[in-house]
Ligand binder design. Structure first.
Ligand code: GRF
Length: 318
């Protein structure tokens, strides 16, 4: 997103915002205040009567984006300058994930595909988080390799398009995954969520969607990797671990080994059975999966090696 904001800052600087548009630091400061953002740097620039350089535009756009005021701010710019030159900016807006509709700038929705095999409680948590506004995104498709997965019913109830892609015996992994990809590619998907999808994905698929696939695993990885279902919790109890939990991670070719996005812990109690432990972990899974999708959709995280970290805030280019 940051690179894209740089592009639009350049456009503002070079094409849209000419002196005749009367967009100056005075106006910009008022807009910050109008949108309820108190900003020391802008106050400082205002005192200096600084020109609206590329850097100031970039700083402004980044700040607006982080404050979730980008679309409101762009609309304010438009009101001020009219629709002149907007056509020029349209393609840049496109690359920003923004669109210009009905005379307004809007953030395009973040499209999610969810792959499932079972009961779909994690899917439900995502649906609920979208409905209550916690995630600004849209599940555009739910795909299952199991015909009777309850998850498919949940998706249908929520009005989401569903596909059942049967995994016939002997079908090559990559061939199966190409069927998934065909559906996914027709939906302009930004993130693929494996929410209880009980199939290992081929290297081809994982490479094609590098850093765009996440999975939820019911243990604190790297402990108890490669297991699934109650098997994970049984192994935790047999080993005698005192804490367990869940992990949301990016999917890489090696199973359960990708960069960790979110982990949440639970206590392992003396009287736990695999079932009671599973239940406690599942409650945390529903929080973790939403948290991870939210961070990704907001462009709030980045990868440093295999570490997932929050993006630094260095507004002004050095
Ligand atoms: C969860 O425990 C998840 O960690 C694992 O599969 C299970 C899916 O549960 N990958 P649900 O279908 O979301 O209820």
């Amino acid at each position: 997103m940051r690179d894209e904001l740089k592009i639009i800052a350049d456009i503002f600087y070079a094409k849209i915002v000419e002196p005749s548009h009367h967009l100056n630091i005075n106006w910009l400061r008022k807009e910050f205040l109008n949108l309820g953002i108190k900003d020391e740097n802008i106050e400082h620039l205002y005192i200096l009567n600084a020109p609206l350089s590329r850097e100031v535009w970039y700083y402004t756009l980044l700040k607006m984006y982080e404050e979730k005021k980008l679309d409101a701010f762009l609309n304010a710019v438009q009101e001020r300058i009219g629709v002149v030159d907007l056509g020029t900016a349209e393609q840049y807006l496109e690359s920003l994930g923004l669109c210009h509709k009905d005379g307004k700038f809007k953030l395009k929705t973040f499209n999610i595909a969810v792959l499932v095999s079972g009961r779909g409680t994690n899917l439900q948590a995502i649906i609920d988080a979208i409905n209550n506004g916690k995630i600004n995104g849209k599940i555009v498709v739910v795909i299952s390799n199991k015909k009777n997965a309850l998850a498919l019913k949940r998706a249908e109830m929520a009005g989401i398009e569903t596909f059942y892609v049967p995994s016939k015996k002997g079908i090559e992994r990559e061939n199966y995954d190409r069927q998934l990809a065909e559906i996914i590619d027709s939906k302009n998907v930004q993130l693929i969520v494996l929410a209880g999808f009980m199939r290992i994905l081929s290297p081809w698929f994982v490479k094609k969607y590098k850093n765009k696939i996440i999975n939820i695993h019911p243990s604190l990885l790297p402990s108890f990797a490669g297991l699934h279902g109650d098997g994970v919790h049984r192994a935790v109890l047999e080993y005698g671990a005192k804490v367990s939990g869940c992990t949301v991670h990016f999917v890489t070719e090696e199973v359960d080994n990708g960069p960790i996005i979110v982990q949440r812990c639970v206590e392992v109690k003396d009287n736990d059975t695999p079932e009671t432990l599973a239940e406690r972990v599942l409650t945390e899974e529903h929080i973790a999966i939403v948290e991870a999708i939210k961070m990704i959709s907001e462009g709030a995280i980045t990868l440093k090696g295999r570490r997932v970290v929050r993006k630094n805030i260095d507004y002004v280019e050095k």
